[in-house]
Design a binder for this molecule. Structure first.
Ligand code: PGA
Length: 238
């Protein structure tokens, strides 16, 4: 795991945007897996500005949403698809049919998940991941196997509580759909993102502990091209 530490959240955003722009220049048809959540929002805003100024383009790229909450009304602004659309997809030049996301309202979930897996096909060039306070990646909660597939999952109570920041309707989600660790670990490149002091302890554990499914983020220690992007607060226990 390659550790990149930045003095402030601003320099963390600048660093990530420089990396992302370079990856898009090298491979304009980059296949991405992207998270919702709060951590990547300033990066998405900066990438939208880069597209607006003409320095980056997603015109040939593809983006797959990492996960989705179940049981919410489709118009809840806190669904992962809504957050991604608002913060990035609607603000960049990605063709509409190149954004794929889960639909938790599908009656035939088995076919839906199989179709999502088929669309992912050969996999991702670049995966960005927030880190849950409990070490989850997407909705791969503690105990998820390294070869776990795309699937429906029960959310841990801490993940349900975290969803309260975004979700407007009640009750809060207790299950979700997620791309599994199998696809995340086989992405050609993975960027783990963490900012703020609240993430410092889980960051310390994912770097220092032996890789274990009990802390899914620690499994990324085995990934040959995994970069851990931290601001000073998130890195303060290292
Ligand atoms: P956050 O979520 O970016 O909102 O902290 C990360 C996660 O829980 O996966």
């Amino acid at each position: 795991m390659n550790l990149l530490r930045f003095e402030s959240t601003e320099t963390w955003v600048d660093g990530l945007v420089a990396f992302w722009e370079a990856r898009l220049r090298a491979k304009p048809d980059l296949r991405h897996c992207l998270p919702a959540g709060g951590t990547p929002l300033p990066i998405y805003a900066a990438m939208a500005s880069a597209v607006a100024s003409g320095s980056s383009s997603f015109a040939d790229a593809e983006i797959f949403a990492l996960d989705e909450y179940g049981g919410l009304p489709p118009n809840d602004p806190g669904t992962c698809a809504s957050v991604l659309k608002r913060s990035l997809i609607e603000r960049i030049d990605l063709p509409a049919d190149r954004f794929q996301h889960f639909d938790p309202h599908r009656v035939d979930m088995h076919s839906h998940l199989a179709a999502y897996e088929q669309a992912i096909g050969p996999g991702f060039d670049l995966t960005l991941l927030g880190i849950g306070l409990n070490g989850h990646l997407g909705l791969n909660e503690p105990g998820s196997a390294a070869d776990s597939p795309i699937r429906r999952v029960a959310m841990h109570s801490s993940s349900t509580q975290a969803a309260a920041q975004y979700v407007k309707s009640a009750p809060l989600p207790t299950w979700g759909l997620t791309i599994g660790l199998k696809h995340l670990l086989s992405s050609k490149e993975v960027w783990l993102l963490a900012t703020g002091a609240a993430k410092a302890e889980v960051v310390r554990r994912l770097v220092r502990d032996k890789p274990t499914p009990e802390l899914p983020a620690s499994l990324m220690q085995r990934h040959p091209r995994c970069y851990l992007f931290l601001d000073a607060d998130a890195a303060r226990l290292l």
